[in-house]
Write a protein that binds this ligand. Structure first.
Ligand code: GLN
Length: 488
């Protein structure tokens, strides 16, 4: 049976567009139709503008027929997490605070996608200001996991992962501060990459924790993720943390990098709390790499146990500062019942922010306050260095690390909402890569007995995305997990 259009890989869409056997209008209409059919159950989007997407598609078709195609992404639908500024479109960040905000400008990632001819299709749901692991913190509505509608899709880029799994888009963009691209990718059975810190511009990405945030490409195959990464990566003078370093041709680099690799298994990532079905799938992936001639090396990252605590000090500290800008004056929600300027700040923030965002602002303000700064924030920064050093030592012996992405498959809606700590532990295997600035990729590596996807994580040296992609691709080509589709 041939795959319906809405489940095509981006590389296939691209090839068919180039061959003239498919138009951008057809593929865009296909994802629109699919979205109409399933979105009442999945609820991956916060906003859709069908007419706008179709107009972009027709413009792409016109360019192509006049011989002026902009390259492999020209005409391919790409959907954006509602945290990336796109001129003229809503930018809610899943928050009441920005419920009526329309972006006046394009983020650099969006500008690059436009320059590549991508059809920008809709805005995707997320945990409020990217704080969460289940998309239940969205002020708009929760998103369902397409594999089991009673379960969460992961977060905070839950809309980006669910839309792909449900066939509502061809490629999506997420953001990853502590795992928000990789964890939902794992829980929805798709591929997600958090690039090296500095690889992709953060200009126009609404800031959560600036020293950890990175934009990440998501797709239904490794090749698709490589294609999208190539389009958005690169230096940007408007983001001082973006690195001026050439962007490889990822598709070519991936094919040249043939291994065999030295694969590290950090023992701290296989301890208590790892779901047995996830463990078994990851162990089968280890066996696969061994059969491919890779050397499997046990390594230790001894400071792993401090990662969650360190992250929740640094991330909340930065968030408390970044979110100070929402004061009811310049952006977003403005309280109607305030009495004077100070009250306006209080009321607007009290009404505009949700519970988890408030919790983080309070925590972040506390760890930065005089008397506690040294005990918490400064110490967390030192531990962050230790965590990074652990990785750098491991990378003297191995080419990349292999771990589970999430300790558990998708959990039920409501299961962890009353327990913030349980929610925070969803990112136990992903946050260290953000603290250390490393690239990390999640790809499907199996299913649980009850049909939930399981994700495998590959962590690499800074700027070693080509090797991660190559190793992931090797696995993907020998397995068909990524080709399974949920029944919706
Ligand atoms: N779940 C983590 C948090 O809530 C990570 C979120 C993210 O990567 N944006 O902070």
């Amino acid at each position: 049976m041939s795959e319906p259009l809405h489940f095509l890989a981006a590389t296939d869409v691209s090839a068919r567009l180039a061959a003239g056997t498919l138009t951008s209008e057809q593929i865009t209409q296909a994802v629109i139709d699919r979205t109409r059919a399933v979105e009442d159950r999945v609820q991956a989007f916060t906003h859709r503008d069908e007419a706008d997407a179709l107009a972009q598609a027709r413009a792409s078709d016109a360019r192509r027929s006049s011989g002026a195609s902009l390259g492999p992404l020209d005409g391919v639908p790409v959907s954006l997490k509602d945290v990336l500024a796109c001129a003229g479109q809503p930018l809610t960040c899943g928050s009441r605070m920005l419920a009526n905000f329309v972006s006046p400008y394009d983020s650099t990632v969006v500008a690059r996608l436009r320059a590549a001819g991508a059809v920008l299709w809709g805005r995707l749901n997320m945990d409020e200001f990217a704080m969460g692991s289940s998309t239940e913190n969205s002020a708009m509505h929760p998103t369902a996991n397409p594999w089991d509608l009673e379960r969460i899709p992961g977060g905070s880029s839950g809309g980006s992962a669910a839309a792909l799994a449900a066939g509502e888009s061809i490629l999506t963009i997420g953001s990853d501060t502590g795992g928000s691209v990789r964890q939902p990718a794992a829980l929805c059975g798709v591929v997600g990459l958090k690039p090296t810190y500095g690889r992709v511009s953060r200009f126009g990405l609404v800031a959560y924790a600036s020293s950890l945030d990175q934009v990440g490409p998501m797709g239904r195959s490794v090749d698709d993720v490589a294609l999208l990464l190539g389009a958005v990566a690169g230096h940007d003078e408007r983001d001082s943390t973006s690195v001026d370093r050439p962007v490889p041709d990822y598709a070519a680099a991936m094919r040249e990098n043939v291994g065999p690799w030295r694969v590290g298994l950090p023992r701290e990532y296989f301890g208590d709390g790892l779901n047995p079905e996830v463990r078994a799938s990851v162990e089968r992936a280890v066996a696969f790499y061994r059969e491919q001639g890779c050397e499997i090396v046990d390594v230790s990252l001894p400071n792993t146990g401090y990662a969650v605590a360190t992250y929740y000090i640094i991330a909340t500290a930065e968030a408390s500062s970044n979110l100070a800008r929402y004061d009811g004056v310049r952006y977003g929600h403005r309280s109607a019942k305030a009495n004077g300027a100070i009250d306006l700040y209080f009321q607007s923030r009290a009404e505009g922010f949700g519970e988890e965002v408030k919790r983080r602002i309070i925590l972040g303000t506390y760890v930065l306050s005089s008397g506690y700064y040294d005990a918490y924030y400064l110490r967390a920064q030192k531990v962050r260095t230790l965590i990074r050093n652990d990785f750098m030592r491991a990378f003297e012996r191995v080419d990349f690390l292999l771990t589970p992405t999430s300790p558990v498959p998708a959990f039920k809606k409501g299961e962890r909402t009353a327990d913030p700590l349980a929610m925070y532990l969803a990112d136990i295997y992903t946050i260290s890569a953000n603290l250390a600035g490393l690239p990390g990729l999640s790809l499907p590596c199996g299913f649980t007995e009850c049909g939930l996807p399981i994700g495998l994580q590959l962590l690499g040296k800074p700027f070693d995305e080509p090797r991660l992609l190559a190793a992931a691709r090797r696995y993907e080509q020998a397995h068909d997990w990524h080709l399974r589709r949920p029944t919706l």
